[in-house]
Design a protein around this ligand. Structure first.
Ligand code: 5GP
Length: 319
């Protein structure tokens, strides 16, 4: 399909937005330019535009698959996304699983402390004011979003966290925190902006190494390499693991279905049958886990739900 790229509508610090010949759709072109600390620090991260566009494409498609409505349409070149145009709500929603950045600083909380449960914060998207933190009452006072909209954005943000934490974990990455932006299309709230190492904190699960824009902010080096590595891990197709679970009543445990079948078989003339035990056969498919880990998880599922370990035996097979 030929997509016509028309006039530049908006240029931000990390993206350019262009009109298209498709009604209601725009092109987001991701730049290599990077800024931090309210634009006081500037630089270029070679390949960042490409990584951020491609990672956003993967993450938005994954979120859509899990029931989150986003502005995403598709990736149209290595650093351009086609998206729905949204009337943006000027509130940044931040979800934190671990202390870092401004939270660690503001509350004097040691970096990398795990939150007891995920924390949601609101910030005013306003460069002149330096994106100040907002309470719900400030949002109401300024009329930035209605209470219903704020509730909806908050619950979507927590849901995104529930979807993405295991997604990253399966790729050896801890999702420490992230920022979301939402907008309206035909009165409906959609997740907008991007999802990339520019807008979240990612830590290597094994080494603890920083794998996000903090490498640029804090001059940690290997910035380009790290962005490329994140894209590589996120792109990896997780083949998935098939598991079979056989559950049967333990020997000596009363099994009414087995007893009834035994009686029926005998009455049909199968005198040689001494014992019948009737169980169940369950198949599962797991995504984003290694086979070893999958077996451990499925055994846990058997103990907790799939079988009754007091009266039933189970056997797990992993393909
Ligand atoms: P903090 O409040 O600790 O600076 O940021 C929390 C998280 O939100 C980090 O992952 C950070 O990258 C992201 N974040 C917060 N504000 C902004 C912003 O204005 N721009 C971008 N790109 N990310 C932000």
């Amino acid at each position: 399909m030929s997509m016509e790229k028309r006039e530049l509508i908006y240029e931000g610090k990390a993206k350019r937005v262009y009109a298209t010949d498709q009604p209601g759709q725009v092109i987001q072109e991701f730049k290599d330019e990077a800024t931090a600390f309210d634009g006081k620090k500037r630089g270029v991260i070679a390949g960042k535009g490409k990584v951020n566009a491609q990672m956003s494409d993967i993450i938005f498609r994954y979120l859509e698959k899990h029931g989150i409505h986003t502005h995403h349409v598709k990736l149209i070149s290595e650093n351009e996304l086609l998206t729905w145009w949204l009337e943006m709500i000027p509130v940044e929603i931040i979800v934190r699983n671990y202390a870092a950045g401004s939270l660690a600083k503001r509350l004097g909380y040691p970096e990398r402390t795990e939150m007891k449960s995920p924390i949601v914060e609101y910030y005013y998207k306003n460069d002149e004011l330096g994106d100040p933190m907002l309470a719900r009452e400030h949002i109401r006072e300024l009329g930035l979003a209605s209470d219903e909209q704020l509730d909806e954005m908050t619950s979507i943000a927590l849901r995104v966290n529930e979807i993405l934490r295991p997604f990253f974990e399966a790729r050896g990455i801890i999702l420490a925190d992230f920022k979301l932006e939402f907008g309206l299309r035909e009165g409906r709230i959609l997740l907008g902006d991007e999802f990339s190492p520019d807008v979240c904190r990612l830590w290597d699960a094994e080494t603890g190494e920083i794998m996000d824009k903090d490498r640029f902010r804090r001059d940690l080096g290997k910035v380009e390499e790290t962005y490329a590595e994140v894209l590589r891990r996120v792109s990896e197709e997780q083949a998935g693991v098939a598991a079979s679970v056989y559950v049967s009543p333990k020997k000596g445990v009363l099994d009414p279905a087995g007893q009834a079948t035994l009686g029926a078989l005998k009455s049909l003339g199968y005198e040689e049958v001494r014992e019948v035990r009737i169980g169940k056969y369950i198949t599962l498919r797991l995504e984003g886990v290694e086979a070893d880990k999958a077996e451990e998880r499925v055994r846990e599922m058997c103990e907790r739900l799939l079988a009754n370990p007091i009266i039933e035996d189970y056997r797990v097979e992993i393909d």
